[in-house]
Structure formats: structure tokens, C-alpha cells
Design a protein around this ligand. Structure first.
Ligand code: FES
Length: 111
């Protein structure tokens, strides 16, 4: 048994931050519903056994690009609009290990 066995090895952080009305934020972009959808889909697909966890997050600092999510440990950022986008991220990124190019956000200055 290795030291990480039994712990989550991949986390999907959905920003669910809500700002005052009229200010752009992930919550206003439908993030909560997409977070719930992702959790439901991953549960249905048995991802708990694959040590993947869907997490809520506060502001991730990319409000103008949102709604946003980030997957660690890869540090890959996505934006999304629809359940179909979430399905594509699950199918392509999590199952096939290929980024969904059309939904990618730049990695930032450190990458
Ligand atoms: S509100 Fe989501 S990144 Fe700031």
C-alpha cells in the first residue's frame, strides 16, 4: 500500500463565489447548478473509486473569465456554460486524459 492510497488524487474546484448583483461572478454564471451536475455525473460514473473529488471553492481570482473551474494536480483551468461542457470535461479530461481545448483558460504566468 502506498502512502496516498485511499485519499483523493484529483480535485475539481468549482468557484461558487457570489458577488453583489450586477458584478460578474461564477455564481451568477450558473456555477452552483454545474457543480451539482458534475458531482452527480461523477458519482454515477463511479469516480469516487477513482479518487476524484468535486469541491466547492470561493473566488479563484478569474471572475471575468468565469464561470471557472480548475483541476488539480494538473492545474488545468476551464470555463463552461452548459451541462454538455461539463460532460466533455469529464469525458475528455478525466477519462481520456486530454484537455478540452475549446474550454481551456490560460494557465497563468507560473506555468
Ligand atoms: S467569482 Fe469565480 S473566480 Fe471570482
Amino acid at each position: 500500500m502506498n502512502s496516498t492510497e485511499g485519499y483523493y488524487q484529483q480535485h475539481i474546484f468549482f468557484c461558487l463565489n457570489q458577488k453583489d448583483p450586477g458584478r460578474k461572478c461564477c455564481f451568477a454564471g450558473g456555477a452552483e447548478a454545474m457543480w451539482a451536475y458534475a458531482k452527480e455525473r461523477l458519482q454515477a460514473l463511479g469516480f469516487e473509486k477513482r479518487c476524484v473529488r468535486v469541491n466547492k471553492s470561493g473566488c479563484l481570482g478569474r471572475c471575468s473569465e468565469g464561470p471557472v473551474l480548475v483541476i488539480y494536480p494538473e492545474g488545468v483551468w476551464y470555463t463552461y456554460q452548459t451541462q454538455a461542457d461539463i460532460d466533455e470535461i469529464i469525458e475528455q479530461h478525466l477519462i481520456r486524459h486530454k484537455p478540452v481545448e475549446r474550454l481551456l483558460l490560460p494557465m497563468g504566468e507560473n506555468s
